[in-house]
Design a protein around this ligand. Structure first.
Ligand SMILES: [Zn+2]
Length: 424
């Protein structure tokens, strides 16, 4: 019957037979009765295996389909159970929806695409669903891709990092492929057990193929990489090492500020030039000048640094040590290693507690830092993916649990993006 073929086409139901089309005023929708075509029947909903009949299940079921024009559309069908050899009694597979879903495949895919490309309001209003439902749909679409594609294929060089979300109360560990720039894996938690799960999934053969891992200097990452990847060079992330330098500088600055506010008098070239409140204010204002890369300093900040150079030798020394550490990673290679040797000697003699401790810390991480200088891999790729995921964490408020957020991140930055139904 021609009519049915048109309906079939409009609903994108190629492996199903349309039995009837009705209007249900009560739920304000067009209800289309369908059944799987012969050949698509009696398969386990979870694995697709042909299985013997079990029972009628819970009778008729409905799935929300894409709207037609201004009207909502529901598909309705029997949902009997088969007895799968692996999964036991399971509701049959239907060609139009994912297992356990209340929405059709085309509906799910459209929502996933919209969630990545439009606003929260656009998705929820256009599709007439709650944001929380969007979260479950994302999880479903992403799990479906996981089941079909091998995200771990050809992995050689990894970047591992952590992201905080929910105002720093929750963490995700993320793994990124240096060669493709794609997000490979993400999971709640930031400890060795979390990362162990990734390497377990990767399997021993593929772990052995990993040649480089970049990460910040977190011990749990180092421990997991050492245990699982026998052939990997571990590279410390320059960004984090330089950040340690900035932290040490800040400790010296705070001390100098406390001294200036009325603590011990400090050693200055000309004590008469420094009245205490002025010194304190100068130090407070110079904060940004001290942190910034010199090439980005404003003229005013140059003056602030000059003032520190003339009035606070300790703080000036700390500033130059921070810049020295940055230089190590700017020149890289053997030159960088030689510069680091000189830096360590200088820091150890600096009489600045923060930098003496930092030198000891850097010595502990020296092999990973040398590897970074040799291989010139940085975790910047992870940092930039993290920045993008952090934006996603903002919209993830209202999702239920971390899985929808992870799904959203994988769909946005993984190897496979959701596509709109009916478009190539
Ligand atoms: Zn099964």
């Amino acid at each position: 019957m021609r009519n049915k073929r048109i309906w079939q086409r409009m609903l994108g139901l190629d492996r199903a037979v349309i039995e009837a089309v009705d209007s249900d005023e009560e739920v304000d929708a067009v209800v289309v009765s369908v059944r799987p075509r012969k050949g698509a029947q009696r398969r386990c909903g979870r694995c697709g295996r042909r299985s013997p009949w079990y029972d009628r299940g819970e009778g008729r079921r409905r799935w929300r389909s894409l709207d037609l024009g201004t009207s909502r559309v529901l598909l309705e069908a029997d949902a009997p159970r088969v007895n799968c050899a692996v999964h036991g009694p399971t509701v049959i597979e239907v060609p139009w929806a994912r297992h356990g879903a209340g929405h059709t495949r085309a509906f799910d895919d459209t929502v996933a695409w919209l969630a990545l490309h439009t606003s929260k309001t656009a998705v929820t209003r256009l599709m007439r669903i709650a944001w929380r439902t969007v979260g479950s749909i994302l999880a479903r679409v992403s799990a479906d891709i996981d089941a079909r594609v091998d995200r771990f294929e050809g992995l050689r060089r990894l970047a591992i990092d952590e992201i905080s979300y929910k105002r720093h109360h929750r963490y995700l560990t993320v793994v990124i492929d240096h060669d493709t720039g794609r997000l490979v894996w993400a999971s709640p938690g930031r400890d060795k057990a979390t990362l162990d799960r990734f390497f377990e999934q990767l399997g021993p053969d593929r772990c052995a193929q990993i040649t480089h891992v970049t990460a910040d200097a977190a011990n749990w990452i180092a421990a997991a990489v050492t245990q699982w990847c026998p052939n990997a060079v571990r590279c410390a992330d320059p960004f984090h090492v330089v950040a340690w330098g900035t932290d040490a500088l800040d400790e010296v600055r705070r001390q100098a500020w406390n001294d200036a506010r009325g603590g011990r008098p400090q050693h200055v070239t000309d004590p008469r030039r420094v009245s205490r409140p002025r010194s304190g204010n100068q130090l407070k204002q110079a904060r940004w000048a001290l942190w910034k890369n010199p090439e980005r300093l404003t003229e005013r900040q140059h003056h602030q640094l000059a003032w520190i150079a003339g009035n606070n030798p300790k703080l000036w020394r700390a500033y130059r040590l921070k810049e020295g550490l940055r230089y190590v990673f700017a020149v890289k290679g053997d030159e960088g290693k030689a510069a680091l040797d000189r830096w360590l000697a200088w820091a150890s003699r600096s009489r600045l507690r923060a930098f003496i401790e930092l030198a000891a810390r850097i010595r502990r991480h020296r092999p990973a830092i040398d590897a970074t200088l040799e291989h010139q891999l940085s975790n910047a790729i992870a940092e930039s993916t993290n920045t993008k995921i952090r934006l996603l964490t903002r919209v993830a408020f209202g999702f239920h649990g971390p899985q929808p957020l992870i799904a959203l991140a994988m769909l946005a930055h993984g190897s496979h993006q959701p596509t709109l139904p009916g478009r190539p």
